[in-house]
Design a protein. Sequence first.
Length: 449
Amino acid sequence: MVHGTHNAEADERNKDIKIFINGELLHRDDAKISVFDSGYLVGDGVWEALRLHNDKLVFLDLHLKRMWEAAASVGMTLPFSKEELTGNIWKTVKANDMHDNVHVRTMVTRGIKKTPSQDPRLTISGPNVVIIAEHKKAAQVSLDTGIILHTSTIRRGSPDYLDPRLNCHSKLHEVQALIQAMEAGADEALMLDANGFVATCNATNFFITRGKEVWTSTGQYCMNGITRAKVIEACEKNGIVCRQKNFSLYDVYGADEAFVTGTFGGLTPVTKIDGRVIGSGKTGEFTKQLRELYNELIHRRNSEFMKSKDGITRICLWSGPRNISTTLMYSFAQRDDIVVVDEPLYASYLSSTNAKEYHPGASEIIASQENDGEKVIDWMMGSHDKPLVFFKNMTHHLLDLDRSFMKDVVNVILTRDPKEMIPSFVKVIENPTIGDIGYADHTRAPELF
């Protein structure tokens, strides 16, 4: 068994996974791409890897941001949106009936060349998109016993020759460093920067602890790791000093603890480097604490949008009348990744009550919108072309509709002081009833969730 940060528990389900290639889902045995693909010929492509955890793609927005930045840096125009790619990732995950402990790798190459060449002008089709989702749980032995590193003589280069932040298909540099480490009896390679300071590892980011401080490199010569950034964030949020600085092997050999970070393994302890035992030679307490804080960040991130299982986060704002909810709706509408819907249940409410007799524009609303509230809810919970959907609702528009859908959306309650709300409301409707105001329903809204 391979020992290292990508050591995974065996899973028989991976023998029959379906792989996404340019819109098609193919059995892994049939998943093939042309030998004239730019990625195969010259490593001309970018990629991202992320985890599916409890039906959530962890830090998806950050991974997509990094992929689009990488594509821009190599002059590759992506003819699809982040939302479209997200939809294809979810399509792949669903086709494989995956929910947890899943590793998803998305690869985009410049496309098919008409002849072997570096020249992008010879690309005749593309880009090519491949999505591989595997049942992949980090082996507990690596997390418990840690890994061994060997310092490679191959350095991480400066941005003017190949920016270390670029997550591209050209990984031969790192492969060479890893082979050196393996030949020295280690699991992975520690790599120095052009000035001899510790930079990173061949496939992960590197940290040490000294006293009550956490140290990692400046970030100038390493992948801009998302797990790395989240560990730094966890330190900042919990009052732990985390220094991004230059340090040498002298500091590493004398460290109390060491660990590496990556999307797949999270935080993996390092117990030995260049034959020297680090600290106690076991997983340190500081590393365990940081791992827990990192996992809390994942849980908190998932909890923020835990209501979505299909890649679409539905936010339902429940408001009373004249609660300045329209202003909030317009603020959400400034995002380019969101669909905003204004009072989808309004026609259902009007058609079912005598409010239609005096609400301004009631007949037009009833004529132009769906009157069946259950059908509206089915539509709200159905497919949308963007990853976020914001519904501005009046709480009393729910009437006696089935409210079970509310457990699958993010519910937000907006309440305004009645002393301000009622004088504002009577400017729109004279002599409003308690039902019109809907304040009793609104104040009971938390009971609905």
